[in-house]
Design a binder for this molecule. Structure first.
Ligand code: GLU
Length: 420
């Protein structure tokens, strides 16, 4: 799977080469091309933590703001041992494009700390989060740059960031982060929003391919926030979940798996592996199993040149960011697989983050139904705009989404002009 470090290092190069292709298709000037390739701000900080042992440890932290032309920078914070600057830059660029493709008024950012959060005690994790927040405190803020959860972080981590920022300011600033606990101004529906957005994207993809039925088999790679939410919503809609994987392995049952019950199993054991009512396999095996729909919902660079030929799904909906390498993308295209790209498919999370920010600014909170309806509207509009662009320009969905997004960002740059 993601066994080669060199693949991971070039995530930024891959993102840039995709951006270059898009900018060439749009005939942007060479100055604009240079501008959009360059992150606006890069912070690299040492996060010092007093560990439970009594000794201190230092963790490397980053926050990258790729672009702020359409609004404040927006994007998650990732805690993972493989975090590196190239990865964070690539993910920040994807956030710029993601916010533009769904038309929400944000730029793009991403942050990360090189740490395995599972290896820390609750106190160490809190101290690491507070110290990281302190190190980037002058760059974030409700009008500046608004972090959110990503791989390895959650609502509790957002609460600590909000508290640290608020103490520094001297008053409560809930708008500095999204994905907060409901009690602190979080939005109903935010927790499962990315997974729900993946589902709306899939339903639209089926519809444009004249498929109305839910009688389809789904394989889900990754059972974190995105994969587990998508699996549960799809199951409740009548789809048959046949395979689920995580870092420990794959579980497969052609008769169907109940993801609610897998979720409870994983809560106890921290993994889907060992779930009794399915066959256990290696994690990589998920990519060769028979299914109609494959949802990669883990990390980047999972579908690569070596496993792409074995994929049997007709639809891939990218719950993760950058799960498919450009080389694998070519193979999927040749196989005629309909791919809903990351910046479109997984934009549900940041869309409800936007709703959370709006609700917080107004101090007026919406019902879950209202959140989900508005989310569906935005996801469907973005899907159909992308699909229409793909048809008109005779390009695939990834290129179309990227063209729409880059055009919107480029328009904002032109309209604002360059200071001074
Ligand atoms: N981390 C999520 C993403 O990659 C959400 C970002 C946000 O809500 O700002 O889209």
């Amino acid at each position: 799977m993601n066994d080669s470090k060199s693949i991971k290092k070039s995530v930024w190069d891959m993102a840039l080469s995709r951006l270059d292709t898009t900018m060439d298709l749009l005939n942007l000037t060479s100055g604009l091309k240079k501008y959009l390739r360059e992150p606006r701000k890069i912070l690299e900080v040492a996060v010092t933590v007093k560990m439970d042992s009594g000794d201190i440890d230092i963790f490397k932290g980053y926050r990258v703001q790729h672009n702020t032309n359409r609004g404040p920078a927006k994007g998650g914070i990732r805690y993972h041992p493989d975090v590196n600057l190239d990865e964070i830059k690539a993910l920040a660029l994807l956030m710029t494009l993601k916010c533009a493709v769904v038309g929400i008024p944000f730029g793009g950012a991403k942050g990360g700390v090189v740490v395995d959060p599972r290896a820390l005690s609750a106190r160490e994790l809190e101290n690491l989060t507070r110290r990281y927040t302190f190190e980037i405190i002058n760059s974030i803020g409700p009008e500046r740059d608004i972090p959110a959860p990503d791989v390895g972080t959650n609502a509790q981590v957002m609460a600590w960031i909000m508290d640290t920022y608020s103490i520094d300011k001297g008053y409560s600033v809930p708008g500095v982060v999204t994905g907060k606990p409901i009690e602190l101004g979080g939005s109903l529906g935010r927790e499962e929003a990315t997974g729900r957005g993946v589902v709306y994207s899939l339903l639209s993809a089926l519809k444009v391919n004249n498929i109305e039925s839910t009688n389809y088999e789904v394989a889900i790679q990754g059972f974190g926030n995105v994969g587990s939410s998508a699996a549960k919503i799809l199951y409740d809609l009548g789809f048959k979940i046949v395979a689920i994987s995580d870092v420990e392995g794959t579980i497969y049952n052609p008769k169907g798996i109940d993801p609610h019950s897998v979720y409870n199993h994983a809560l106890k054991t921290k993994t889907v592996a060992g779930y009794k009512e399915a066959e256990g396999m290696a994690r990589e095996d998920i990519f060769g199993l028979p299914c109609d729909i494959l949802i990669p919902a883990a990390l980047e660079n999972q579908i690569v040149k070596s496993n792409a030929p074995g994929i049997r799904a007709r639809f891939i909906v990218e719950g993760a960011n950058a799960p498919v390498t450009p080389a694998a993308d070519g193979i999927l295209k040749e196989k005629g697989i309909f791919v809903v790209p990351d910046i479109l498919a997984n934009a549900g999370g940041v869309t409800v983050s936007y709703f959370e920010w709006v609700q917080g600014n107004d101090a007026y909170f919406w019902s879950r139904r209202e959140v989900n309806l508005k989310l569906r509207d935005i996801m469907e509009r973005a899907f159909y705009q992308t699909y229409a662009a793909a048809q008109e320009k005779k390009v695939d969905m990834r290129t179309a989404a990227s063209m729409l997004a880059v055009e919107r960002v480029a328009d904002a740059v032109r309209l604002r002009g360059i200071y001074p």
